[in-house]
Design a protein around this ligand. Structure first.
Ligand code: ATP
Length: 233
């Protein structure tokens, strides 16, 4: 079953074409990877899919809702961790998650239940009363993941979730992504092939805003070894 349909998506920043006629679909339950070098258009595509940015042309359907025409219904289906999430250094982890729940209109007992659940899932319980400013980058990223999961949306979108993390933190975030994928459709971006191959069951390769290839990791690897050498940078 399709949960995301992107049709002929195009985005221009002035004269610069950042996303060029991109079309793809994401099936329910997939871990779907966006692979591409810096500037490929991954963040721009994710920002349009999550309703943060308008498109120049094209259509994005989230669980059947057009993100441009029915943004409220579409946004309810998505949890998003942007590449540069807003930071609230003076809040504790728990205060921040309460604030984030409020933004998603989750309140009362339901808010408390969900916060406990996402803190358990992201293993944040032990730092719940710590100021975000005093957390390591790995813990900060888990806080970002926790807010994306609040509301338990069908789709979780993560823009370069492991950038800037050390190897141990990267392994922890990957494990967390796999845990999330048991109950959600997960889309993540990266410019590292090994990382995408490790966690994703379907990969979309983009460069200069255009689709280069999309397939399972196995099929892409076979195609690449057949081609001898494929340059995506
Ligand atoms: P990165 O891994 O560096 O985040 P990306 O694949 O996410 O790269 P985007 O951030 O979507 O790529 O950028 C795509 C292109 O659009 C790049 O050439 C970038 O310089 C340009 N771009 C992005 N945001 C803007 C903006 N607000 N104004 C003008 N150009 C922009």
């Amino acid at each position: 079953m399709k949960v995301i349909e992107v049709k002929h998506l195009t985005k221009r920043y002035g004269k610069h074409l950042a996303v060029d006629d991109l079309s793809f679909t994401v099936e329910k339950g997939q871990i779907y990877g966006f692979l591409g070098p810096n500037g490929a258009g991954k963040s721009t595509t994710m920002n349009i899919m999550t309703g943060y940015l308008g498109a120049t042309k094209g259509e994005v359907l989230i669980d059947g809702h057009d993100i441009l025409k029915e943004p409220e219904q579409a946004k309810k289906c998505i949890g998003y961790l942007p590449e540069q999430p807003p930071v609230y250094p003076d809040m504790t982890v728990e205060e921040y998650l309460k604030f984030a729940a409020g933004l998603k209109q989750i309140s009362g007992e339901e808010r408390e239940i969900q916060i406990e659940k996402v803190m358990g899932l992201t293993k944040l319980g032990e730092v719940r009363n710590r100021l975000i400013a005093n957390l390591s980058k790995g813990y900060k990223q888990r806080v970002g993941l926790a807010q994306a999961v609040l509301g338990f949306p069908e789709i979780i979108i993560l823009d370069e979730p492991t950038v800037g993390l050390d190897p141990k933190q990267i392994i922890e975030i990957r494990e967390l992504i796999r845990r999330l994928a048991k109950e959600h459709t997960v889309i993540l971006s990266s410019h590292i092939l090994a990382e995408i191959r490790e966690v994703c069951d379907y990969i979309l390769i983009i460069a200069k805003g255009k689709l280069v290839a999309s397939d399972t990791p196995e099929n892409l690897e076979n195609a690449m070894s057949g081609a001898g050498h494929v340059e995506i940078e």
